[in-house]
Design a protein. Structure first.
Length: 181
């Protein structure tokens, strides 16, 4: 026959009550209380040895038994004392003890002039750059036309000189042929 687990009684506070449970382990006690946190590690729950406090939980193992902690008068006496609240008169009845503070002047809006100046300077620089690129393009086109003209003149001159060379060679070859006889 299986031996019944030895039960222990555990207690944790729940508001104005203490919750007692008889369980075989701390884990089982936490499950009975429905706690996801280890209340024992946090020092909130503890094991109870007092026979008077353990009697009822041991009679109903696994059932949470709630007992009022102290009398109502003891619980009220344990509450922190509140400071008496000052009576508030309507605003018209209150005499101003000091002059009302005037709202601070709003800060002036930041000046946008430096931004406009920087934008203007950037636009001018971009325009100058575009003008310089256009001037370079114009000069490149003029140089291209000049090169084309020079190449055309050179080609015509070389063709003329090539014809002169051919004619001179022909004359030389005839002269050599006549000389040899």
């Amino acid at each position: 026959m299986a031996k019944a687990p030895k039960l222990k009684v555990f207690r944790t506070p729940t508001g104005f009550h203490d919750a007692y449970v008889a369980a075989p382990s701390q884990k089982a006690a936490l499950a009975a209380w429905g706690s996801d946190h280890d209340l024992f590690a946090r020092g909130i729950a503890e094991r109870v040895e007092d026979p008077e406090l353990t009697r009822e939980p041991l009679e109903h193992p696994g059932t949470v038994i709630r007992r009022l902690r102290g009398t109502t008068a003891e619980q009220i006496a344990a509450l922190p004392k509140d400071k008496p609240r000052a009576r508030r008169d309507p605003p018209e009845a209150q005499a101003p003890s000091r002059p009302a503070k005037t709202a601070p002047k709003p800060k002036p809006r930041p000046d946008r002039a430096p931004v406009r100046e920087a934008e203007h300077a950037l636009a001018e620089a971009e325009a100058r750059h575009a003008d310089a690129l256009a001037e370079l393009a114009r000069r490149e086109a003029a140089l291209a036309r000049e090169r084309k003209s020079l190449e055309k003149q050179q080609a015509a001159k070389q063709a003329k000189l090539a014809r002169q060379l051919e004619s001179a060679r022909d004359r030389y070859d005839r002269a050599i042929h006549d000389w040899r006889g």
